[in-house]
Every structure is written in structure tokens, then in C-alpha cells.
Design a binder for this molecule. Structure first.
Ligand code: NAD
Length: 512
């Protein structure tokens, strides 16, 4: 590890001897195979850490369960105080944590700072929520009876996350879980373990500052698929929140269902945008460029399909080509860079394969080549691709986790919506229009079939205040804002008789 990385990790509170098993505030030696962590910026080895073994999940889950038994009885607003302090600690470490996100995931600094800001935002949201975990009171049909519901803590939550949001997705889950009275066991992506260890170190500092806070509110198990599978199978974890690809979600969903647990799945997207005849093309160009090329096409909400009205397609394509040509591609640590590297060589292989398939299907590819000049050696840098193609091409049905934008044309809005919905995934969607009828039609019951439907903004860059998630193969889960917190609690219906008779529901008479 170079001294710059070591200094960064020191500032974030990581121990000298890095280990992939943190149970509460204890760093345990991890005896699984060593994992070399590489930066996508230049392929440099950042660290080598021991990984946890699948059997270590039992230890972490047992500690999380013990901590849960105490934490569930702490008043929710006091649990909110813990999350408030975490939000303050994240503010203090914002620049350092963002620098680590850039180093490990390759995001440009502005986006990494945005990711940490999202963690701070969800902490603020959760603090307010800690005084609003409300249940309803319904009128009882019986005299002198009260019918109501309460929301109680659920148990330890297992969280599995993807490489592309190495800190925010965990925070969305953990901040809500903690105010709801749950504890958390986290298995981050094996591509971004240092970010997870840094978050754990920050949490440990906050746990130490609050008397009565059980140490094992948070644990981290670093490992690959087998460790994720152990989490999915762990009966001590009543809820598994899993973010990643559709095949991962299918495996996790089935394993959790087999033990009748709950799962919250946030899986792949294949997000589309319709650009209508009335669209503001200047606004459209900016929205498309950030959504399709930003984060080097590696967001679940990345724009992958553009459906443009015939009358505007040529003009929009001309504008896009111009902007794509001058996109600054390179070292994500440089302030002028807009597009950083792909995560690894495998992502480049997948991108090339998709472009070859698109070409074979009659697609016309612009860009999509590898960039080797003016970028750090050892990283995988690419020029984002625009592909003019027909809607029926099979490649358009799949999510390729790279900056490829398929451009298709339409004539009538119904046709555009049909093309838009004709994919297996259902995460994010957008329409660019100045016509209120078109906008409302897109958001109507027979409009976009996605969990997120935007008007005059791109498909990526959601705020934490709304519920986040998607339909169909995206998994149906909702995280973050609105009433997503209910997934982290168990509902209890209470019927209280405050009279001296015992009337039965539905007027049943039973008089022995
Ligand atoms: P991935 O599916 O390869 O890995 C995600 C996580 O799941 C990792 O921690 C991995 O170790 C684990 N995992 C993989 N297979 C598993 C299995 N069979 N059982 C248990 N755990 C398993 O995904 P990735 O390459 O890290 O991330 C990219 C994918 O994630 C894309 O499809 C993207 O759309 C999706 N994603 C979705 C959201 C969302 O909110 N919908 C957010 C971010 C990323």
C-alpha cells in the first residue's frame, strides 16, 4: 500500500492491520483467502486483506442478534440520536470518504462527494423519521374496543451491496434500519471492501460516543458470492436487502424465500427516455449526457435506451455527437474529468461484446472505443457509445454495465411507450416534453411501468426523499425515502377491550 492510501485510511480510522471481518467494534482476523484490492484508476494494488469465510456470517449474525435484543428497547428518538451523530461524523469525513470512493470505485470526485452527501441526507431523513414511526388507529366494530397497529423492530438486517454505490446504498439501509430498532450485517462488493471498512470505522467511533449503544449495531463481512449466499441463508437475519445484478437477486431471493424470510431486492435496470416533438433539445442533451455517460455508464439508473420522435431524431443526434466528442475522459481525481474508468477489464469485454452484437443486428455504432491517450496507464477508459438501432434487437433487452446508449425512433406516443416498456427490467424512466398531455400520459397507469418516472430530467440522480426501486426484474424493492421504512419493521395489530362485556366480531354469539 502506498503512503498516500495509508494516510487516507488512517484519517478514516482504519486499523493498521486490515481485516475483512468486523463484528461490532472488534476487528477479527479473517482467515479466508486474501483479496487484492485494485484501483480502477490505474490498476494499482491498494491493499491486500483477508476475507471472511461463509461460516463467519454466523458469528456476525449472532452478535447482531444479541445487539438487537437491547437496541429494540431503546426509544426510537434515542436511536435517532445515534444516526444524527453518524450524520455529523460523515460530514467530518466527507472529503476523505469521497476520495476513497474515487480510488476504489473510480467515480469522479464530484460524484463521490455526491454519494457521501446522499449518506448525510439519509441520516437527516432517518433522524426525523425516528419520531414518526407511526401506526394507525382504526374504528372497531365492537363497543368499548380499540383497534390499532404498531410497528416494532424486525431484527438484524443483512445488507448485500454492489460496487458502483459502495457507501450510499449501505447508508440507505443502515440509517433506516437503526432508527427502526434493527441492527445490520453488511456484505459489500468484493470490488470495494475498503469503503465498507471505512464506514465501519466511522460507525465504531459513533457507537463509542453514545452510552448504552450496543457495539454490534454494525458488522462487516468481506467476501465474495459464497459469503453473500451465507447471508441469504442465515435464519438470524429476517430481512435481506440485496443490491446488484438480476442473477444475484434471483439467487438471493430464492434462498431467502426458501426459509420464508423477507427480501428487499434492488436489481439491474435498462432505463429508457422518450424525447417528444415538443422537447427542449438543449435540456434533453444535457439530461441525456449526464444520465448515459456519467459514472461511465455504471449506475443502475444509467440511461441505456433513447426513444426519439422521428421529427427530432436527427437534430438530437447531431447535438449528442458534438457533446460526446468533447467529453473529458480520464483520471477521475482531476477536476475537469467527466467520465472516469470502467471498473475492470471484464466490464470492457462485456461492452465490446454488446457493441459487436449490436453491429451484427444492424446497429450503427458511434464511439465505444478504448481511450489510451491522456489517461492513467493500467485503467480501462472508454469513449461512451451511441448506437442507432431498431427496437426489436435482442441486445436492447439486456443491461450492459457500460456507457452504451441505444437510440431508437418512433412516430406515435403510444408506440414510444410500448417500446419503452418492452424490456424485462423496470427501474427508471423519463420523458422530455413541454406538452402536459404527453407528460401525464407517460406517468399514467398505462404509461411507464417503472418504479421511477421523471419529466424533463434524466433517469439517474434520484433524491433520498422518495422511495427508490423498480418493478419486474429490478426486483420490486423500495429503499430510502417515503414510507420505505416499513420494510424494516414488523406490523402488529392490537385489539383492546376496555369494557366489561365480551362481544365477538362479526356478531358471532358463543354463549356456553
Ligand atoms: P453483482 O450482482 O455482481 O454483485 C452485487 C453483490 O452481490 C456483491 O456484493 C456480490 O458479491 C454479491 N453476489 C453476487 N452473486 C451472489 C449470489 N449468488 N449470492 C449472494 N451474493 C451474491 O453486481 P455488481 O457488478 O457489483 O453491480 C452492478 C449491478 O448492480 C448492475 O446490474 C446494477 O444495475 C445493479 N445495481 C442496482 C441498484 C439498484 O438500486 N437497483 C443499485 C446499484 C447497482
Amino acid at each position: 500500500m502506498n503512503s498516500e492510501t495509508r494516510t487516507l485510511l488512517n484519517r478514516l480510522g482504519l486499523p493498521q492491520r486490515l481485516t475483512g471481518l468486523a463484528v461490532g467494534c472488534e476487528w477479527h482476523p479473517a482467515s479466508g483467502s486474501p483479496l487484492a484490492v485494485r484501483s480502477p484508476i490505474d490498476g494499482a494494488e491498494l491493499a491486500v486483506i483477508g476475507t471472511a469465510r461463509p461460516e463467519d456470517v454466523a458469528q456476525a449474525s449472532a452478535a447482531a442478534h444479541e445487539a438487537f435484543l437491547a437496541w429494540r428497547m431503546v426509544p426510537a428518538p434515542v436511536r435517532g440520536e445515534f444516526v444524527r451523530r453518524l450524520g455529523m461524523a460523515l460530514r467530518e469525513h466527507k472529503e476523505d470518504l469521497a476520495a476513497l470512493v474515487t480510488l476504489e470505485a473510480g467515480k469522479i470526485v464530484a460524484e463521490s462527494l455526491g454519494e457521501v452527501q446522499e449518506m448525510i441526507d439519509i441520516c437527516d431523513f432517518a433522524v426525523g423519521l425516528s419520531r414518526q414511526l407511526e401506526g394507525r388507529t382504526m374504528p372497531s366494530e365492537r363497543p368499548a374496543h380499540r383497534l390499532m397497529e404498531q410497528w416494532h423492530p424486525l431484527g438484524p438486517v443483512g445488507v448485500i451491496t454492489a460496487f458502483n454505490f459502495p457507501v450510499a446504498v449501505w447508508a440507505w439501509n443502515a440509517a433506516l434500519a437503526w432508527v427502526c430498532g434493527d441492527t445490520v450485517v453488511w456484505k459489500p462488493s468484493e470490488k470495494t471492501p475498503l469503503c465498507a471498512l471505512a464506514c465501519q470505522a466511522i460507525v465504531n467511533g459513533v457507537v463509542g460516543s453514545l452510552p448504552g449503544c450496543p457495539a454490534a449495531l454494525s458488522s462487516v463481512v468481506i467476501g465474495g458470492r459464497d459469503v453473500g449466499q451465507a447471508l441469504a441463508a442465515a435464519v438470524r437475519l429476517p430481512l435481506i436487502s440485496a443490491t446488484g445484478s438480476v442473477p444475484m437477486g434471483r439467487a438471493v431471493g430464492q434462498a431467502v424465500a426458501a426459509r420464508l424470510g423477507r427480501s428487499l431486492l434492488e436489481l439491474g435496470g435498462n432505463n429508457g427516455m422518450i424525447v417528444t416533438p415538443s422537447a427542449d433539445l438543449e435540456l434533453a442533451t444535457r439530461a441525456i449526457t449526464f444520465a448515459a455517460a456519467g459514472t461511465c455508464g455504471q449506475r443502475c439508473t444509467t440511461l441505456r435506451r433513447l426513444i426519439v420522435h422521428n421529427s427530432r431524431a436527427d437534430e438530437l443526434l447531431t447535438r449528442l455527437k458534438k457533446v460526446y466528442e468533447r467529453l473529458a475522459i480520464g483520471d477521475p481525481r482531476q477536476s475537469e474529468t467527466l467520465v472516469g474508468p470502467l471498473i475492470d477489464e471484464a466490464a470492457w469485454q462485456a461492452m465490446q461484446a454488446a457493441l459487436a452484437e449490436a453491429t451484427a443486428a444492424g446497429g450503427r455504432v458511434i464511439g465505444g472505443d478504448r481511450v489510451t491517450q491522456g489517461v492513467p496507464a493500467g485503467g480501462v477508459y472508454v469513449r461512451p457509445a451511441l448506437v442507432e438501432i431498431v427496437p426489436g434487437a435482442p441486445i436492447v433487452q439486456r443491461e450492459t454495465f457500460a456507457p452504451i446508449l441505444y437510440v431508437m425512433r418512433y412516430e406515435a406516443l403510444e408506440e414510444a411507450i410500448r417500446i419503452h416498456n418492452d424490456v424485462p427490467q423496470g427501474l427508471s424512466s423519463a420523458i422530455i416534453t413541454t406538452d402536459v398531455r404527453e407528460a401525464e400520459s407517460f406517468m399514467a397507469a398505462d404509461g411507464s411501468d417503472c418504479g421511477l418516472a421523471n419529466v424533463n430530467i434524466g433517469t439517474s440522480g434520484a433524491e433520498i426523499g422518495g422511495a427508490f426501486g423498480g418493478e419486474k426484474e429490478t426486483g420490486g424493492g423500495r429503499e430510502s425515502g417515503s414510507d420505505s421504512w416499513r420494510a424494516y419493521m414488523r406490523r402488529q395489530t392490537n385489539t383492546i377491550n376496555f369494557g366489561s362485556d365480551l362481544p365477538l366480531a362479526q356478531g358471532i354469539r358463543f354463549d356456553p
